[in-house]
Design a protein. Structure first.
Length: 279
């Protein structure tokens, strides 16, 4: 059965890898979106009528509405939404530019929220659908110089977890993708960087400089990630995981984070329950 996939942010990175992979599958109609569709010419070689390029800035409500309408008018269904569009920001908490990180929240959180709200009526009417939200290992664990980026991804985690419970009986499933470092533009072109100027924070200068120099040299392969996501949706839809860390670092960090937290919760057990009224 052919499924219609809509992906945000397909000009580079994960979105581009996913689009190229999906464009070559016989059972996929692809809606590839970007702020500038002239950046999607890489899809032309695969197009035999099953691809729709759509202008979309996820911070613009009218473009979200238009993208969803164009999808259902062309293909009749909207089966898989991949909320991939996102930005990064490197800087210490105290020195980060408020306007810049507010815009990052508009893209990473509110753009995802508004896209999802726009497709839910169609999926509820179909009694089926899969929503895949790109989070990050930074949505499970936090790292210095990424406090506000961590915040956006922690928000995506919490929103997705609650929404998955709300729509479970509607035939709609959700999955969080939580990558570690992948060879995309995220640490390069797709993120802003505020170098420390306060002496107390100059120890973190190397963190930010290293993130830029490591861009496109990370362990993660976005093409392999695309194949994994397609396989999960196509062959494992009934037991789709809510959380899917991608990359060894992401998996190791997620396990270590929750093992440490579990130990702390157990250690504090008696103190925690002492806050309740006696039963």
């Amino acid at each position: 059965m052919t499924k219609t996939w809509l992906i945000t942010g397909t000009s580079t990175g994960f979105g581009k890898s996913l689009s190229i992979y999906l464009a070559q599958q016989a059972d996929v109609n692809l809606v590839a979106t970007a702020r500038h569709t002239d950046q999607l010419s890489y899809l032309d070689q695969y197009d035999h009528g099953q691809i729709l390029k759509q202008t979309l800035d996820v911070t613009k409500a009218n473009e979200i509405t238009a993208a969803v309408k164009a999808t259902t008018e062309k293909f009749g269904t909207l089966d898989v939404l991949i909320n991939n569009a996102g930005l990064g920001y490197f800087g210490t908490f105290e020195e980060s530019d408020r306007d810049a990180v507010r815009y990052m929240f508009d893209v990473n959180v509110w753009g995802l929220v508004d896209m999802t709200r726009a497709v839910l009526p169609t999926m509820r009417a179909q009694k089926s659908g899969i929503i895949i939200n790109f989070s990050s290992i930074a949505g499970l664990a936090s790292f210095p110089t990424l406090s506000f980026y961590n915040g956006t991804k922690h928000a995506v985690e919490g929103i997705t977890d609650a929404m998955a419970q709300e729509v479970a009986d509607q035939g709609i499933k959700l999955m969080l993708i939580e990558p570690s470092g992948f060879r995309t533009d995220w640490a390069g072109r797709s993120s802003q960087k505020a170098m420390p100027t306060i002496d107390a924070y100059k120890q973190f200068t190397a963190n930010i400089e290293g993130s830029a120099s490591d861009a496109h040299h990370e362990a993660g392969d976005p093409d392999k990630a695309a194949a994994i996501i397609y396989d999960q949706v196509t062959n494992h839809a009934t037991d789709l995981p809510l959380h899917l860390p991608l990359g060894k670092f992401a998996s190791d960090m997620a396990i270590a984070k929750y093992e440490k937290s579990l130990g702390e919760f157990k250690t504090e057990r008696d103190l925690s329950i002492s806050a309740d009224q006696p039963e």
